[in-house]
Design a protein around this ligand. Sequence first.
Ligand code: FES
Ligand code: FES
Length: 409
Amino acid sequence: MKIITLTVNGNTVQKAVSDRTHLGDFLRDVVQLTGTHLGCEHGVCGACTVLLDGEPVRACITYAVACEGRAITTIEGYESDPVMSRLRAAFQTHHALQCGYCTPGMLATARDIILRLPQADEQRVRIELAGNLCRCTGYMGIVAAILAVLQDLREYPDAQVQLLRVAIAEGRAEPIDAPRLAQAFTSFEAKRQLGKLSESSEQPPVRPIGMGGVADTQGRDQQVQQKGTKVNASFDVPFGLEAVWTFMSDLKAVASCLPGAQIDSETSEQVTGNIAIKFGPMAASFKGSAKIERDAAQHVAVLKGTGQDSVSQSRATGDVRYQLEALSATSTRVAVELLYTLQGPLAQFSRSGLVQEFVRRMVADFGKNVSQRLAYPDTHKAAQAQAINPIGVMLSILWQKIKSLFGVR
Ligand code: FES
Ligand code: FES
């Protein structure tokens, strides 16, 4: 017998084991964690899959003594895991288990797929799952559940999951580190509420303009399911950081560069106006107001607005966040993040790639106009609402998809 010390689900465990004891027996019989199931005990069925330093291994063909000093995660150890909480819900929705015998191992493998292969399609998921057998043969539900989680994360990126993906890609099995997450993903909203952007810091710090569940600044887990569509875009302007920041702080000047936008009234914190858009035969004119928050030190600003289309009566709510970054003394990058929801007849467009492409084109046009205005400050002609050719947009999306299919960036 040997005394071994290892970490199981974050707890230090020190026990005496024989050289021949495999990890599955050790977990079940010695540590009393019976969620790890044993099927074939030959490394074939995958029922015993657990994480060893973050990587899936067969517990039945891993000696416990070989795990000295290592970290094991079993099915009992995923309480606050952001991927596993999604998988649990998806397994339930898609009826991905019958007797449940294979489920602990399936979930461990599924989690690995979600983290390692964000773009996996059905065929790839099935190949990755080939080492996990379900004696109830419930593969369709299992595959559907995994694909649903992958799709959801593509539509609504989750900061915690992203951090785990980075850790895996870097070969680290880092457990969820809430303070670090909080630091890495403190959003503009969180900063504001922490008093960095305004004096009113009485509200509790909250997490963010993120899409998924994330930890708050005190390390608790908050499921902030903020629904909406996020579009990121950026443009570079051949002027210095301060010149661009000054220009971007002048909302009338900004509106004159945004195709179709017009400002009716403006204070230092609030603006009202409208924006007209045309997309093929579709035309809309949103009238509304927005609050502005600026962090001059960070060169970040957020407009939080709502508006209504006078024709379709569709309502839009959204945050436009932009951040400036100096690329050189004479060049600045403007990163724009748009998070929006649409309600009403136009909502059918809200998640489509068409709208995302539309917004990116608008941002690109806006960038060109900003450069133009900075170069020729006396030009006061407002940018007109441009009719964007939907066929061109669709071809562009198709091209992007073809490129991603072949791994071309
Ligand atoms: S019990 Fe370990 S692979 Fe089957
Ligand atoms: S659900 Fe029964 S073995 Fe998979």
